[in-house]
Structures are given as structure tokens and as C-alpha cells.
Design a protein around this ligand. Structure first.
Ligand SMILES: [Ca+2]
Ligand SMILES: [Ca+2]
Length: 142
């Protein structure tokens, strides 16, 4: 059993903490399971509004000096073409999401999971099986 590696950095905004994992490349499902296991009520990060999106993604751009994409908590694996947030027990339509131009395009054999692109701060749908870094969001810990 290997040791669990902690998050590289944490950011707090409003009622939530956000944790960047940049040393662990996981599939979308494995990343989501890791967030749920580490943080009570934790999930891959989703956003309630534009100010939250901007705050978190600008932090990521600053702390994550790589071009590699990062998983965020949106998927259309359940219904093709309808992305949902995976926060909470219910899957809900995203409250705030910023796709890159031309995305989501469900390219090639299908893309069902949302990856954040630090270079331009937009999201792109990609294969859920690729292994990426990720950001977990959980209730703020005091
Ligand atoms: Ca899709
Ligand atoms: Ca795509």
C-alpha cells in the first residue's frame, strides 16, 4: 500500500476549501472517488457562479504552472450532451461553467468529462479514462 500524497495547495473562498492535487494522475472516476474519500462531502470542483469560477481558476493559473489539464466536476456520461455537476447527492445542471470555444465537442469516440485548461481558463470535454491532476472541493475546515 502506497502512502497517500496530500494536496499541493489549498485555497479557501466563501464556505469552501479547494485542494489541488498535481502529483497524482487519476481517471475522472478515480479522482472523484479520491475527493469523496479525503473530504467530508468532497467532490471534484464545481462552481456556483462567475465570481467563484474566476477566484478558483485564477488561483489555479497562479499555482499550477503546467499546461496539463485538471479534472473538474462535470460530466455527460449519464446523458450524452447534457453535462451535470457531480456535487451533492443529486446530479444537477451546472450553475456556472465556461467552455472553450467549440467545446464540448464529444470528439472522436466520445468525450464525457470536463477538464480545466490553465492556459486559457476554459473547460474542454475529454476522455474520462485519461489520467489527470484534479481539484477537490469540500466544506471549509476551521
Ligand atoms: Ca459527451
Ligand atoms: Ca472536447
Amino acid at each position: 500500500m502506497r502512502c497517500a500524497v496530500g494536496p499541493k495547495d489549498k485555497y479557501t473562498a466563501g464556505d469552501y476549501d479547494y485542494y489541488l492535487f498535481d502529483g497524482e494522475f487519476r481517471s475522472y472516476t478515480d479522482a472523484e472517488m479520491d475527493c469523496a474519500a479525503r473530504y467530508d462531502g468532497g467532490h471534484l470542483a464545481t462552481f456556483n457562479d462567475e465570481s467563484e469560477y474566476n477566484a478558483v481558476t485564477i488561483w489555479l493559473q497562479w499555482i499550477y504552472a503546467q499546461e496539463k489539464g485538471i479534472w473538474m466536476g462535470y460530466t455527460d456520461a449519464y446523458t450524452e450532451g447534457t453535462f451535470v455537476s457531480i456535487d451533492g447527492m443529486n446530479r444537477t445542471l451546472p450553475r456556472y461553467i465556461e467552455w472553450a470555444s467549440g467545446e464540448p465537442d464529444n470528439y472522436h469516440v466520445g468525450e464525457n468529462c470536463a477538464m480545466f485548461r490553465p492556459s486559457d481558463r476554459y473547460l474542454n470535454d475529454v476522455s474520462c479514462y485519461s489520467r489527470k491532476n484534479y481539484v477537490c472541493k469540500g466544506e471549509k475546515r476551521v
